[in-house]
Ligand binder design. Sequence first.
Ligand code: ADP
Ligand code: MG
Length: 274
Amino acid sequence: MNEIANAPSRAETRPPKVLLDHYLKTLRLPSFKREYEKQAGLAAKAGDDHVKYLLRLTELELIDREQRLIDRRIRAAKFPAVKSLDTFDFKAIASLNKSLVQELARCEYIDRRENIIALGPSGTGKTHVALGLGLAACQRGLAVGFTTAASLVHELMEARDEKRLLRLQRQLANLKLLIIDELGFVPLSKTGAELLFEVFSQRYERASTLVTTNLPFDEWTEVFGSERLTGALLDRLTHHVHILELNGDSYRLTEAKKKRRAASASNAEAATSG
Ligand code: ADP
Ligand code: MG
């Protein structure tokens, strides 16, 4: 595209407002464009000078721009659901270090390129915590990716077959936080394990990885097949790592039981009162 196609021409005859809207669009200042008339009215009413008026407009543009970046980051992360730590009930899982999770939500570990492993049986909230930490990183404008171990391996194999492995690896390397959910649910093929290992290897000390798993470390060899590979992988992953332990009953199961108990209690009450 001709980069200077939108530059003002001397023979411009359009009315100023049409031109201004056009220029603001060209400069990609949508909030400025949307707000300048309304803010002018407000500024006139409040007696604000032009500096205050322009300041207000630029602030609005900056705030909206940040929000648009966050929205873009959230969409790009491909979260299966958007869940925040605000809706996580820490009281339901005593083994989980709440203050550590809150500290991690500040995302300084990402600057330090440290990793996280969330470890525990099914239904204890590992994915929820991972989603919450992923969202927190997006809200700081960081590039995040969410995937499961199985689908990442699938994607890597597909990319390799289609000779675009390098491109995918580069995309993954650009993420400040890669969340790999459900490591250990399915054993990996030899190639799958090697490709996944490469991902960890390329991220080591360059960017953060968050892994959720139901497998204690001594069982990882079964997933990766090779003891040597598992050793090397754990070595990299755990060199700078925060471990979140989620040991307890399944939240879903406990909630379902609670509901059933409440329902039968209210049934019993209805029977005695009715
Ligand atoms: P896991 O990944 O460990 O199997 P999930 O994170 O998928 O568990 O949790 C199962 C369901 O229960 C999800 O809907 C999740 O939002 C919810 N959940 C689990 N733990 C909690 C909790 N402590 N507070 C609120 N919701 C929870
Ligand atoms: Mg899960």
